[in-house]
Design a protein around this ligand. Structure first.
Ligand code: URP
Ligand code: ZN
Ligand code: ZN
Length: 469
């Protein structure tokens, strides 16, 4: 089946050019000059012609940090693989990389197999996994090598959550040394969880139980300290390091310092850290802040975290924007009504990442090519999916978004497609929006209708990162 996306402006990391995109089956076969003889004959022979006049044409988004169908104790994230990947597609994301998690005492292999079974046949778009090592043991270190061979080429470790997931420095270094040998990327949740838990305990003793205290005790200094320690351990372990959900100027300074020295240190941020803050959101009265509890936390508006993060995105000290989509419904957040420590951590946003970042283009914070680089090309390169994903080029998967810069709309839980009963971005007025989405050559979103089905998405065996310095 051949498709041509005609008369649009193709956005890549190197610029914005008029081009027609010719697709055969699941792959892109050519980018052709619009109006040329070749373009006219391709259009005449194509089974499907999508008119992209006045629109941008870009590679499908790659969201490399999501938590679909994930339990925290007895509470599960609201989006299943089916609902979450469908919502992602609505927002122009055509690849997600989620996590398989090994908790202390569990076998890596068994946890991964269970995760494969949960996703299989349910995803609307292509998907991969990182592996969370909740316990670094002889078994998990040995399994790391096997997993890299099977397309799981990145491992998340935690410096937070002492009672559940924290690895001590010895464990961190062991995993890093193993990654140095097998080429994997170490992803780090960089917060000093031991210090944070002490501050949280002291806050509760003082009767400070509201959600805003989650933000007060998870101090930016403790994100910076852990980020610095992770950077130094990775230097000793000689592996590449990727800091997840970076939220503060303090931590960004550490990443910029490491990168200025030429270290293979990378970081992502998420839309919530660019647009939301501690006082106006986490500090909402009557437990309203619970919907904004996530870790790392939202930061104070009285410092310059937002401006610094945008600057980091321009400078490439922040190379990726993911969502850390971790949606819990409000009745689940109520578990922490008397103690902010019991509020399940996470914000949902898988559907709105591309649009929220596009507002950065509208506001002059980033360029159009940088938007595509942050949301599609770099995450694909960072996690071994390039050039299959993240680029419109001959031979790449035909994951394509047709984006209308003239669209205007408002984010609302009443109209979003996530299985989440609120939106952290409720009422945000958006300029620009997704018109059409193709996943491996098939139109899955068009004219406000979803045309895909669960099981369309395939598991992606990832290679090693092609982004290293
Ligand atoms: O609050 C968050 N980010 N929850 C998801 C788990 C994690 O640490 O990424
Ligand atoms: Zn984390
Ligand atoms: Zn996360």
């Amino acid at each position: 089946m051949t498709t041509i996306i005609a008369n649009g402006t193709v956005i890549s990391t190197t610029g914005a050019e008029p081009a027609d995109v010719l697709i055969d089956g699941e792959k892109i076969v050519a980018l052709i000059q619009p109006g040329s003889e070749l373009a006219l004959s391709a259009a005449a022979g194509a089974e499907t012609v999508i008119d992209a006049t006045g629109k941008y044409v870009l590679p499908g988004g790659v969201d490399c940090h999501t938590h679909l169908e994930m339990p925290v104790g007895d509470i599960w994230t609201a989006d299943t693989f089916e609902t979450g990947t469908r919502a992602a597609a609505w927002g122009g994301t055509t690849t997600v990389i989620d996590f398989a998690t090994q908790m202390a005492g569990e076998q890596v292999r068994a946890c991964l197999d269970a995760r494969f079974a949960e996703a299989e046949g349910n995803c609307a778009i292509d998907y991969g996994f990182h592996m969370v090592l909740g316990d670094v043991t002889g078994d998990s270190l040995k399994e790391m090598d096997a997993l890299v061979d099977e397309g799981i080429s990145s491992f998340k470790l935690f410096m937070a959550y002492p009672d559940r997931l924290l690895s001590d420095d010895r464990q961190l270094l062991l995993a890093m040394q193993q990654a140095a040998g097998n080429g994997a990327m170490i992803m780090m949740h960089a917060e000093n969880g031991i210090a944070i838990d002490l501050l949280a305990e002291q806050a509760i003793e003082r009767g400070e139980t509201d959600p805003i205290n989650h933000g007060y005790v998870r101090r930016p200094e403790l994100e910076a300290e852990a980020t610095h320690r992770a950077i130094q351990l990775a230097a000793v372990g000689a592996c590449p390091l990727y800091i997840v959900h970076l939220s503060s100027s303090h931590a960004l300074e550490q990443v910029a310092w490491a990168r200025a020295k030429g270290a293979n240190v990378f970081a992502e941020t998420c839309p919530q850290y660019l647009y939301l803050n501690l006082e106006d959101h986490l500090g909402l009265p009557d437990f309203g802040g619970a919907g904004y509890v996530c870790s790392t936390p939202l930061r104070t508006k009285h410092e310059h975290h937002h401006a610094d993060l945008w600057h980091g995105l321009r400078q490439n000290d922040l190379s990726v924007v993911s969502t850390d989509h971790c949606p819990f419904c409000l009745n689940d957040k109520a578990a922490g009504a008397d103690d902010f420590r019991a509020i399940p951590n996470g914000i949902g946003g898988i559907e709105h990442r591309m649009d929220l970042l596009y507002q950065g283009v509208v506001q002059g914070e980033i360029s159009l090519p940088r938007w595509v680089e942050l949301c599609a090309t770099t995450p694909a390169r960072m996690f071994g999916l390039y050039p299959q994903k993240g680029v419109l080029a001959p031979g790449s998967d035909a994951d394509v978004v047709v984006y209308d810069p003239a669209a205007t709309w408002t984010i609302s839980a009443d109209t979003h497609h996530m299985a989440l009963d609120y939106s952290a971005f409720e009422g945000f007025e958006m300029q620009g929006g997704v018109s059409t989405v193709l996943s491996r050559g098939r139109v899955i979103i068009d004219g406000g209708t979803y045309h895909g089905s669960p099981g369309d998405g395939r598991y992606l065996r990832r290679g090693l990162s092609s982004y290293l310095l």
